[in-house]
Design a protein around this ligand. Structure first.
Ligand code: COA
Length: 171
């Protein structure tokens, strides 16, 4: 699959590039980010390079559409949104999201996720997108509510914590 950029008002969803590395490393060092975004270690530029290459490879393999969320005016990295575990045949995916600590609480997550959902439903033809978050992640719970997700159940994740599962389906 070829990467697609999306204009979302004040924000531009685009591919990651090398200039994003310092902001990537800062975001992945944040306590809340480390608490809720598992599976990645980004300590230096080499880690960041591998992360950027991995996201590009996932687009190419058609398994995940990921976008760097950039401030449109100055192209500064503010976060990331994506549709992972893409299954085009089944019409399903799971949304993933983080915002740099310096850019939180000003609507970046809701705007970016709304744009990614529109791409998933309208461009990819998905019919169901999931969103999972840890119990106690109040910011994520608010984002899920604002983006029209419906709570469907809980389960225990591999790290022993409770995860809430929400779904959004095509209108
Ligand atoms: C969750 C996260 C992506 C939200 O990003 P954001 O850009 O700050 O979110 P927004 O500004 O779009 O806010 C969306 C809603 O969340 C609410 N919110 C944001 N931060 C909050 C917090 N710390 N506590 C409670 N509510 C919060 C906002 O008030 C808003 O709700 P409202 O419209 O009803 O007022 C961000 O906090 C983050 O990256 N956290 C660490 C990583 C993470 O948890 N990722 C998600 C894993 S599932």
């Amino acid at each position: 699959m070829k990467p697609v950029a999306i204009d979302a008002g004040d924000y531009r969803l685009r591919q990651f590039h090398k200039a994003d590395r310092p902001a990537l490393i800062e975001a992945f060092a944040d306590d809340d980010h480390r608490r809720y975004v598992l599976n990645y270690r980004l300590l230096d530029f080499s880690d960041a390079d591998r992360y950027i290459a991995r996201r590009a490879a996932e687009w190419a393999r058609g398994v995940r559409c990921s976008w760097a969320i950039a401030e449109a005016r100055v192209d500064r990295l503010l976060g990331e949104v994506g549709l992972k575990d893409l299954d085009l045949r089944a019409g399903t995916a799971e949304a993933a999201l983080w915002v740099h600590p310096a850019a939180r609480r000003r609507g970046v997550a809701v705007t970016a996720l709304t744009a990614a959902l529109r791409f998933g439903f309208d461009t990819l033809g998905l019919h169901e997108i999931a969103y999972l978050y840890h119990e106690g992640n109040l910011a994520s719970a608010a984002v899920a509510r604002r983006c029209g997700f419906r709570f469907v159940g809980t389960f225990v994740s591999s790290d022993g914590r409770k995860l809430l599962r929400c779904l959004r389906v095509t209108e």
